[in-house]
Write a protein that binds this ligand. Structure first.
Ligand code: HEC
Length: 137
């Protein structure tokens, strides 16, 4: 009996979640999870940056977002080759995920634990375009 019910539920759920769920591949097997992650698109770094970082770091990463004026220390100048070539991709990744406080930096750099690893990697790539630089160990 239950064997007959389950597949029809899956088919119904998949049809509700729609084409998007299929695009997420593995997530399509779990429609509930697919729904929860639906508002988080696999957007490019520029879009994720605009949504989460610009308020403090500014549109070009100059550290001049509208919220920056009231912050001490100031948001890192992500556009600076000099500064950003000294910060590794892993450090950027972890700082974004866990926040500044986890690494002895200011808690004003908040954690973005809700961003997916793929989104944070996109962010790292976007920041590298802002500074036009690579990590120089
Ligand atoms: C509420 C303001 C605020 C927001 C929003 C914010 N930051 Fe920051 N960020 C800061 C501040 C302030 C610092 C400087 C911390 C310090 O100097 O101790 C910082 C520092 C950094 C650093 C430098 C870390 C290091 O090792 O020195 C990176 C990289 C960074 N932010 C990336 C981001 C990204 C990417 C986002 C968006 C996902 C973001 N920030 C959102 C305020 C913010």
């Amino acid at each position: 009996m239950s064997i007959l019910v389950r597949p029809s539920r899956v088919v119904l759920a998949l049809s509700l979640v729609g084409v998007c769920a299929f695009a997420f591949g593995a997530l399509a097997a779990d429609p509930v999870e697919a729904d929860e992650t639906a508002p988080v698109p696999t957007a490019g770094g520029a879009e994720v940056f605009a949504q989460n970082c610009v308020a403090c770091h500014g549109p070009r990463g100059d550290g001049d977002g509208p919220a920056a004026a009231s912050l001490t220390p100031k948001p890192r100048k992500l556009s600076s080759k000099e500064i950003m070539s000294k910060i590794s991709d892993d450090t950027i990744f972890n700082t974004v995920k866990k926040g500044g406080a986890a690494f002895g930096k200011s808690p004003l750099m908040p954690p973005f634990a809700h961003l997916t690893d793929a989104q944070v990697k996109d962010l790292v790539a976007h920041i590298r375009t802002l500074c036009n630089c690579k990590y120089v160990p």
